[in-house]
Design a protein. Structure first.
Ligand SMILES: [Mn+2]
Length: 462
């Protein structure tokens, strides 16, 4: 038996284009695959919709399209997304096959005649499929019994007990050759949300163990928009749990492919085939400095209808110059543009008291200390320049071997040169901290730089 598992469609005006493009693709693809049953695991809509809203009408048409192909079961999702009662409107849609609405806990069967029935956990009913339904339950109902603080934990306990109570029925159906499904809507502890962040904490509805305990072969979940799977083979029962995830991509942070699931299910075997939907692309444009508008313009066509994130890191003084309006204008055809500017703060520290030091030698040492520059080699050369005769200095330089990769002028030596001039002229100098860091690592190179370059530098000093 093939079951199409669709979830978290979130039909609403804001998401309509994305939701309907992806869901209609999924329906056509599932029908082409010849699915026998369609199961929707909650959040068909995003919020309460007016009956004349195009979003509700399109959703109704899609459900009709599905129900003209095979029986459909729709589970109640989160109450804020699927307002109570709304699903019963969808049940009235006229189609070739019946539409079942699961808004209470119970076992729903599909008969050999293709009708949905609610067997009282009776293995004798002639079914082709047994579906244990655990729709969203209202945590508030538990508050009067256990108090607000314990309602979440108690909800988990209650649901675990309820799921385990279906095990004997599911075992009996499996023994009778009937495939078994558990369909539910909620958060599994330790699952990943659509941004890839693990859902930790105690206020989540299910543990994986509780879901397995119903002994259904296929556990079809809704609520989390990221497709993910768990599986086990225990006591001869093969079980798989999966979130179908949303077929559409509704937010920038939703990572990975969007899918609907094709379940290949028999009484004792279960397989999941995720089918990728044509959800909107996400494009990251990253710039080490201010965003390059020409470069953005060159990819603007590819960014049409995509979720685009422009990220850059700029120095604090340049942050206000990032042309946000210009970027948005260039990317006007994108579905969403997010601009994230990381501001690099520059910390400067005064080289306190350097101007009061008596001579160049001690000023230079102080500068080395503040900027984290090793003095080895440099101080001797400075002293030589201070005290030696030009001929003697030149003779010494000429007898020293030329290093293999002499860099005559690097950023570092430019900076040292500038600071050196300040030091020599008795000005206080400012030493950016990151430059000090850079100079630490560069000092080694510095020492092996061409003596001529150092000579130049130090000559400037005097
Ligand atoms: Mn949802």
């Amino acid at each position: 038996m093939k079951i199409g598992h669709f979830s978290d469609l979130h039909y609403c005006p804001a998401y309509l284009a994305e939701a309907d493009r992806c869901f209609s693709f999924a329906i056509q693809d599932a029908i082409a695959h010849g699915i026998d049953v369609a199961i929707l695991s909650g959040d068909a809509t995003h919020h309460r919709l007016e009956v004349h809203s195009p979003a509700l009408r399109l959703l109704a048409q899609r459900i009709q399209q599905l129900a003209n192909h095979c029986p459909v079961l729709i589970l109640q999702g989160t109450f804020s997304h699927d307002p109570p009662g709304m699903l019963h409107m969808l049940q009235m849609i006229g189609a070739r096959h019946p539409i079942a609405i699961a808004d209470r806990i119970g076992l729903v069967g599909l008969t050999t005649e293709g009708q949905w029935v609610e067997p009282a956990c009776d293995a004798s009913a002639a079914l082709t499929l047994a579906v244990t339904c655990v729709p969203t339950v209202n945590k508030a109902d538990l508050v009067p019994l256990v108090g607000a603080e314990d309602a979440s934990a108690e909800m988990g306990n209650q649901l675990a007990a309820i799921m385990a109570s279906f095990a004997p029925a599911n075992d009996a159906y499996r023994d009778a050759g009937v495939p078994t499904v558990l369909v539910s809507h909620g958060t599994v502890q330790g699952s990943l949300n659509e941004s890839g962040v693990p859902m930790a904490g105690l206020d989540h509805e299910f543990t994986i163990g509780a879901l397995y305990s119903a002994h259904a072969s296929a556990v079809m979940l809704g609520h989390i928009h990221k497709h993910q799977v768990w599986e086990r083979n225990f006591a001869g029962i093969e079980q798989k749990i999966a979130y179908a995830g949303s077929p559409g991509r509704f937010h920038y942070g939703e990572i990975g492919d969007k899918v609907y699931l094709l379940w290949h299910l028999e009484a004792n075997t279960v397989d999941i085939e995720p089918i990728v939907t044509p959800s909107r692309a996400m494009i990251d444009l990253e710039f080490p400095g201010a965003p390059d508008l020409d470069e953005i313009a060159s990819v603007a066509a590819q960014c049409a209808n995509a979720y685009v994130r422009v990220r850059c890191s700029v120095d604090a003084e340049h942050a206000p110059n990032v042309d946000r309006a210009g970027i948005r204008q260039i990317l006007a055809a994108a579905a969403e543009v997010k601009i994230e500017v990381e501001v690099l703060s520059i910390q400067r520290q005064r080289c306190e008291g350097i101007s009061r030091l008596p001579d160049l030698h001690s000023r230079f040492l102080r500068w080395c200390e503040i900027s984290g520059t090793a003095t080895e080699g440099l101080v001797e050369r400075l002293d030589l320049l201070n005290t030696g005769e030009p001929e003697e200095i030149v003779a010494r330089l000429l007898t020293q071997p030329e290093p293999p990769s002499a860099v005559a002028s690097s950023d570092l030596s430019d900076r040292v040169r500038k600071d050196a001039i300040d030091v020599a002229s008795g000005n206080d100098v400012e030493v950016p901290e990151e430059a000090a860091q850079a100079s630490l690592s560069a000092t080694a190179t510095m020492h092996h730089q061409s003596p001529a370059a150092l000579g130049d530098l130090l000559a400037d000093l005097i």
